[in-house]
Design a protein around this ligand. Structure first.
Ligand SMILES: COc1ccc([C@@H]2N[C@@H](C)[C@@H](O)[C@H]2O)cc1
Length: 449
């Protein structure tokens, strides 16, 4: 084990109530909104092929022209209550909102730069009404913050000269000022989701970032900060030089999902996902593969089955309205969640052998198991392999708890659960109520069909 001054300061999961609540969210919403939503991936009729929120980095639009978009920011259809209602309808338990993306435009009236909503035609703070609206819906708020800031004169990709280091010192203070400002202005925010921390300039700031993280946690006890904020003194990111997770949860799962429990190394984690292949900010062209409701439900189930949260991205339009396709997805996901959220909220990795029909989740603090079924076998029988000396008490569809399912013991701890209806056409949940220890006299009760 290496002696580290700025490595991880905790081994293993946090055990406090705030983190336990985060662990049980299951489903979240991501919001990417800012000046990039105005061009929406297009400029002078030409399409930008990258992610819409990166359009400033394209040589198809002069940087100064992009930066002048601040004078066009006037989202007349912005309605914070509508955004929060959409998240509520979807069944999201938390939301991560961009306060400042890489372009440096601040959705709050920061006093440390002029590049904010205060100097746009809109003038007003966007973050406060949003946070209030989500709080009112009982949806916890996490603030997305990009350290990399293309607008700030002190930003550097690396520090090579004396001038660089002087400029970057100013940038570091600016970053600290903005983060303390956000925590002070929005005290109900539960955490910070950092991005834009991969460049050498920031990776070299192990001591500064470590002290800043400590200062933020002191200012806001319980604050949740992911693994992407800071590197250790050897430049190691996400996991320190001893392989210990930095921060409170792993932030590595961006547009990808772990396949097996070993991939998550016993840590908390979230997966953040775009609806199109790779667009976070609003893109007029709703093109390429657009994930369907069933795909997104399967991603949600897969994440929860491996102990993580699934965070689905919305990219509101430049005028502040949420596009109809995203509203439809929120409604369809919400429909499914209304019936089945018991298998998602406050659930965790069940520790069972994965079967082809779908994903197991287990209710935290209980033995109750859920089978989230996406692939009904032609046999109509779902195979379950329980751990040694457990057995199935009863099983039933979450949607029809009174109708017990025929549970057939194959051998030892293997069972077939026989479905009545094998043409569900959409994902559904089977509940398993395991019996107490087998061999303690009571064998499992054959389902009384
Ligand atoms: C390949 O490099 C990047 C860098 C930043 C991102 C940003 N992270 C996502 C959460 C979005 O904010 C995206 O712009 C994506 C890919």
């Amino acid at each position: 084990k290496l002696q580290l001054k700025h490595g991880s300061h905790r081994v293993g999961k946090r055990t406090d109530a705030v983190m336990a609540k985060w662990r049980g969210y299951g489903l979240g919403q991501f919001i990417h909104w800012g000046l990039y939503a105005i061009p929406g991936g297009e400029w002078n009729g030409k399409q930008y092929n990258g992610a819409a929120e990166w359009i400033r980095s394209w040589n198809g639009i002069p940087k100064s022209t992009y930066d002048s978009l601040i004078y066009k920011f006037n989202p007349v259809n912005f309605n914070a209550e509508e955004w929060a209602a959409t998240a509520k309808q979807m069944g999201a338990k938390y939301v991560t909102i961009t306060t400042k993306h890489h372009d440096g435009f601040c959705l709050w009236p920061s006093k440390y730069t002029n590049y904010t909503v205060a100097n746009s035609p809109w003038k007003k703070d966007i973050m406060k009404p949003l946070i209030d609206a989500y709080d009112k819906q009982g949806i916890d708020v996490i603030l997305y913050f990009s350290v990399m800031d293309w607008n700030h004169p002190g930003w550097r990709y690396d520090i090579k000269t004396k001038e660089d280091s002087i400029a970057f010192e100013g940038f570091k203070q600016f970053t600290r000022n903005q983060l303390l400002e956000l925590l002070t202005l929005y005290p109900t925010a539960k955490g910070l989701w950092f991005d834009g921390t991969w460049d050498k300039s920031w990776v070299k700031q192990a001591a500064f970032a470590d002290e800043l993280e400590t200062e933020m946690r002191k200012l806001r006890p319980g604050l949740i900060i992911g693994s992407r904020f800071r590197a250790d003194e050897n430049g190691k990111r996400h996991f320190d030089s001893n392989g210990v997770l930095m921060g409170d949860y792993e932030q590595g799962w961006e547009r990808k999902i772990p396949n097996k429990i070993e991939d998550v190394h016993g840590n908390d984690w979230d997966c953040v996902m775009t609806v199109p292949e790779n667009q976070w900010g609003y893109n007029k062209a709703w093109k390429g593969h657009i994930k369907t409701t069933n795909e997104l439900l399967e991603m949600t189930a897969k994440c929860v089955s491996l102990g993580g949260n699934f965070v689905l991205n919305f990219g509101p339009q430049g005028d502040g309205a949420i596009r109809k396709e995203e509203k439809q997805l929120a409604a369809q996901i919400g429909d499914w969640m209304k019936t089945n959220n018991e298998a998602i909220y406050n659930c965790e990795y069940a520790g069972l052998e994965k079967q082809d029909w779908g994903y197991f989740t287990k209710k935290t603090g209980s033995d109750k198991l859920y089978m989230i079924v996406f692939n009904v076998p032609v046999s109509g029988a779902l195979k379950v392999k329980l751990p040694a000396n457990t057995s199935i008490g009863k099983s039933y569809l979450l949607a029809q708890p009174a109708q017990l399912l025929n549970t057939e013991e194959i051998s030892g701890t293997e069972y077939f659960i026989h479905l009545k209806n094998t043409a569900a056409g959409k994902p559904f949940v089977v509940v398993l109520e395991p019996n107490a220890k087998k061999g303690s006299g009571n064998t499992y009760d054959k389902a009384k069909t």
